[in-house]
Write a protein that binds this ligand. Structure first.
Ligand code: NAD
Ligand code: WQD
Length: 338
């Protein structure tokens, strides 16, 4: 099974390429390197011992995508390629709608033209907003998006649902990721945040490495055991494996126009302070941090109910937050030393 992995040089895409190979799939990587670099491909090669085909293509370029589909006979597509910075999406909404929506339309159209039957889409728990009850199930109502980025995920899901229902002969799954963290245990691939990280774990590791002076914990007066926000932090390698399971489910699915959504989280919530304490304990590092005001737009608490993905996809998170924080720290040490 030859699988097109768009955004395959990115954080989650690169780890998924490794897991696809381990499971016997043949990944083909497409990335325009907007938020990644060719060094990632070297890391993948060192881990797998294989040099997968790589195309430096923008997924919005319908002609280039078409040429690629004509050259390679794909059995499925995993579509990671997107912009993902929530704050930036508020400042530059058109960039986000353009990149995240047009690339999706180009891929779905080209898949239909070339009869490629299986599609996996990177969605996000951001579609739930601040849920009325936790844990969230896939039936928890989506809330209006609080950022253009979040809206591209909700719109993306709707496009895929409507398209599959029109019976194009495409089976599709949207995976709603919770908070991916960590890195490959080899420290050969990991997260490469651009500029000042807005996500918690890269900010923690950069602070511990001395690249940032101090971490600010955004708010300690939330209605949670220690007052800090709760999230469902999932190891990126576990998340990568969920994509393999999604493809296997699509392969075995007999309904021609199947579409479904799955939460991909551990099913457990941790507070920001619990995460920081675990980071310090597992790595024997003291983190310089202060408690600051709440960050606008933050969700107080969210974590997944993961029964559906556990039962239907036969996928369960295997790694702990301690594993993820150790791997994230080793990765940080590696890239800081370079
Ligand atoms: P990433 O930025 O590390 O990876 C995305 C990759 O796509 C990058 O290598 C980038 O260069 C590439 N890309 C972007 N636009 C492209 C285009 N038009 N054509 C070709 N390549 C393009 O991000 P990630 O964290 O690996 O996220 C992957 C997907 O998962 C994204 O769709 C993101 O929205 C979604 N997601 C991420 C998170 C998270 O916290 N990281 C959470 C939920 C959902
Ligand atoms: C986690 C917690 C912060 C930084 C974002 C996107 C979401 C999804 C995942 C893609 C929060 C706190 C953070 C810091 C802190 N991405 N924090 N100090 O906000 O859950 O979700 O990434 O789909 O769409 O919005 O992740 O890592 O930014 O924050 O205290 O310097 O850490 O307040 O409680 P978030 P995050």
């Amino acid at each position: 099974m030859k699988i097109l992995v768009t955004g395959g040089a990115g954080f989650i895409g690169s780890h998924t390429v490794v897991e696809l190979d381990r499971a016997g799939f043949e990944p083909v990587i497409v990335d325009n390197l907007y938020n990644s670099n060719k060094g990632v491909l070297e890391g993948i090669k060192k881990i797998t011992g294989k040099d997968f085909p790589f195309y430096e293509i923008d997924c919005n370029n319908a002609d280039q995508v078409r040429d690629l589909f004509a050259k390679e006979q794909f059995d499925g597509v995993i579509h990671f390629a997107a912009y993902k910075a929530v704050g930036e999406s508020v400042e530059k909404p058109l960039n986000y709608y353009e990149n995240n929506i047009i690339s999706l339309l180009v891929l779905l159209r080209t898949m239909q033209e070339f009869n490629v039957p299986n599609f996996v889409f990177s969605s996000s728990c951001t579609v739930y907003g601040q849920p009325d009850a936790i844990p969230v199930t896939e039936n928890t109502p989506r809330k209006p998006a609080t950022s253009p980025y979040g809206n591209t995920k909700a719109i993306g899901e709707d496009i895929i649902r409507d398209h599959t229902h029109s019976k194009p002969g495409i089976k599709a799954i949207s995976l709603r990721y919770f908070n991916p963290i960590g890195a490959h245990e080899s420290s050969l691939i990991g997260e490469l945040p651009n500029g000042v990280p807005s996500n918690l774990v890269p900010f923690i590791t950069q602070t511990a490495a001395g690249l940032r002076k101090s971490l600010t914990v955004f708010g300690s007066d939330y209605d949670t055991p220690d007052g800090t926000c709760i999230r469902d932090f999932i190891h990126v390698v576990d998340l990568a494996k969920a994509h393999v399971k999604a493809l296997e489910l699509l392969q075995s699915e007999t309904e021609a126009n199947y579409y479904d959504v799955f939460n991909v989280g551990t099913g457990e919530g941790y507070t920001v302070l619990q995460l920081i304490n675990t980071f310090e304990e597992v790595n024997g590092v003291k983190l310089n941090y202060t408690i600051g005001p709440r960050r606008e737009g933050d969700v107080e608490k969210i974590y997944a109910q993961s029964d559906k993905v556990n039962n239907i996809m036969k996928w369960t998170a295997e790694k702990s937050i301690a594993d993820a924080l150790r791997d994230a720290w080793n990765w940080q040490l590696k890239i800081t030393a370079q």
